[in-house]
Design a protein around this ligand. Sequence first.
Ligand SMILES: [Zn+2]
Ligand SMILES: [Zn+2]
Length: 241
Amino acid sequence: MQIKADLHTHTIASTHAYSTVQEMTAAAAETGLELLAVTDHGIGSPDAPHRWHFHNYKILPRKINGVWLLKGVEANIMDEDGTLDMNEHELSFCEWVIASYHTSCVTFERTPELILQGYRGACENPSVDVIGHPTTDYFPIEHEAAVRLFKESGKLVELNESSICWKPGAMKNAYSFYRLCRDYAVPLVVNTDAHFSEQVGKTPAAAKLLDELNYPRDLIVNLDAARVMEMAAKKRGIVFA
Ligand SMILES: [Zn+2]
Ligand SMILES: [Zn+2]
């Protein structure tokens, strides 16, 4: 399984990541990707770029090193109502929006009920495209309720290579969570969450998991870059030319 669009990556704009846009796109080209989304952290994160990082996205070309570029953000879900750290104005500069929980950004008590309530709020935000890395033990959820919510919301759900490899509980939880996603026919995006160029486009752990679950290939949206580009064109009028 080789993804053709990596839709969750970080650049040196987040200082705990180590590669530039040039290096990330060059690595994407080398891996055979057609599309890359750069999605540095939303402004509520302790290691976020300044808001001007997003405001100035217009100067970046649509294609770099032969790879189409989506200029995005990994926004933080900040509370149990699903408020994002990027308001409507900030999000208007972004072409691809992931909504994720991170422990550094929330202060509410992380019960499964409140976490799900936050996801519900994020799902109601029309700017959000993807729910990011939903299976860590840091944010425990009741799997079936969450999968039903995501399915009904029409948001894409992420299977995140870095998360399942590095975060507590994420791999174990993933088997149960993505099995339910399969049963409810939830469309996925499989992303690296690369923080270094060498990681771009490589998702062996996710591929193994999806093989074992026999996940239908037509539900893995970013196996086909054109499909993602069509979504971005339809939703935000992005022209890939
Ligand atoms: Zn994240
Ligand atoms: Zn990330």
